[in-house]
Design a binder for this molecule. Structure first.
Ligand SMILES: Cc1cc2nc3c(=O)[nH]c(=O)nc-3n(C[C@H](O)[C@H](O)[C@H](O)COP(=O)(O)OP(=O)(O)OC[C@H]3O[C@@H](n4cnc5c(N)ncnc54)[C@H](O)[C@@H]3O)c2cc1C
Length: 386
């Protein structure tokens, strides 16, 4: 009998947790292959701070090979296509046949609404490369102008965190940048509890961020922006942050998706149509009381562990265990403050949740050096020295 092959696509929080769970099978019960387009994994929640030059980019990344057991075969290759019927995964260099699959490729920036070229003049924020590019390009942009203007399209938490970081990056270079968040809905951060939403909106205004709500971008020519309210902004640094879509575009074989491309799974994180395929993290639409779970590090981590455990049980012919997520709350960091719901409190605000955010970035980080770095950041956040 040949040894079963398990493919894990994506080495983020979910994929690495799955690999850790399955490591004990390696070589004896199964061959485990982990694919990622990068040789490193990233602490994504810290990207806005890296874009703003507040955190060291080297403290939010770690080599995948150093984080996995030597028995796991690590492939630094982009997965281009997965065929669920044929049980094949295709990269630029090869086609790989698997018996079990854990799909954990996360989410990518949704640029579908960005119709006007040139696309590369618009900055998105989903990867470490994006964050480094924003920091470098915005620094050069600010230094070359006396009154720089940045436009961030999208008033969700990523757009807001980015806007706040651009403002402070410019200030560190001795410049006052005009930073405008353009949001087509009538309010920023729509969908959050109103108390938290209005607190963060007031903080945005206090930090000097302009909020253009109920407004769309009608044109971007690479330098100038036209808005649906008739305003035109010349010579802007342009960022696009209107949500996410599934990172892996090509998925063949029967499956169901929700509008942002996440794949619907059953309570075992399995595709009902393909019982040897599991999906975890941001790639999965995990329904809790008919509502998809929000995208978050802890859900990604625990769903990765659960998917790994269920593959192991499938291999051994044991009954699968349902994934029951535990919600520890959430926090939106915003400069020197933050707001959210955690510790059983429905409106936390100020430095404590800010410190909690950086403590989480440390706790879920990849090695002791990075964890200590973030512990220091959390203490600075708590004492107002960030
Ligand atoms: C700006 C920002 C701020 C956030 N802040 C928070 C926060 O404060 N708290 C929180 O809990 N959550 C936050 N999130 C959400 C959180 O980062 C995600 O929920 C989490 O990273 C999902 O983990 P994952 O393993 O599913 O995906 P990821 O961590 O995105 O990992 C996916 C992996 O798959 C790889 N990959 C993608 N496509 C391919 C391909 N085609 N081939 C090979 N490899 C591929 C990627 O390189 C990556 O390593 C934030 C997200 C963003 C974008």
């Amino acid at each position: 009998m040949t040894t079963p092959r398990i493919a894990i696509a994506g080495a983020g929080f979910a994929g690495l947790a799955a690999a850790r769970q399955l490591a004990r099978l390696a070589r004896t019960e199964a061959d485990i292959h982990l694919f990622d387009r990068h040789a490193f994994t990233t602490m994504i929640p810290a990207l806005p701070d890296v874009a703003g030059g507040r955190l060291d980019p080297n403290r939010i990344r770690a080599d995948i090979a150093a984080l996995t057991k030597p028995e796991i075969h690590v492939h630094i290759e982009t997965v281009q296509k997965i065929d669920l019927e044929q049980k094949e995964l295709t990269t630029a260099g090869s086609t790989f046949a698997f018996d079990f699959l854990i799909l954990a490729t996360g989410a990518a920036a949704d640029t579908r609404g960005l119709r006007q070229p040139p696309l590369d003049a618009a900055h998105t924020l989903a990867t470490l490369d994006d964050a480094n590019r924003i920091r470098q390009d915005f620094t050069a942009f600010v230094l070359a102008r006396s009154a720089p203007t940045a436009v961030v399209v999208g008033g969700g938490y990523t757009g807001l965190e980015l806007a706040c970081n651009l403002k402070s990056l410019a200030a560190r270079h001795g410049k006052t940048a005009r930073v405008i968040v353009v949001e087509m809905k009538d309010a920023i951060l729509a969908g959050l509890p109103e108390k938290i939403r209005s607190y963060l909106e007031a903080q945005a205004r206090r930090q000097g961020i302009d909020l253009a709500t109920g407004v769309r971008v009608t044109e971007f020519d690479g330098a100038n922006v036209a808005l649906s309210n008739g305003n035109r902004l010349e010579d802007v640094f342009f960022c696009w942050s209107t949500g996410t879509r599934r990172a892996l575009p090509e998925l063949h074989g029967e499956h169901r998706e929700i509008p942002d491309g996440r794949i619907l799974v059953d309570e075992f994180l399995r595709l009902p149509q393909h019982p040897q395929t599991f999906v975890a993290g941001d790639a999965a639409a995990i329904l809790v009381k008919d509502v998809p779970l929000r995208k978050a590090v802890n859900f990604a981590y625990y769903s990765g562990l659960a998917a790994g455990r269920n593959v192991l049980k499938s291999l051994r012919g044991q009954p699968l265990r349902p994934f029951r997520p535990v919600d520890l709350g959430w926090v939106i960091p915003f400069g020197q403050t933050a707001a959210g719901q955690a510790l059983g409190i429905d409106f936390l605000k100020g430095r404590l949740p800010l410190a909690m955010h950086y403590a989480m970035c440390g706790y879920r980080n990849f090695n002791l050096g990075h964890q200590l770095y973030f512990a220091g950041v959390a203490v600075r956040a708590l004492t107002g020295r960030l």
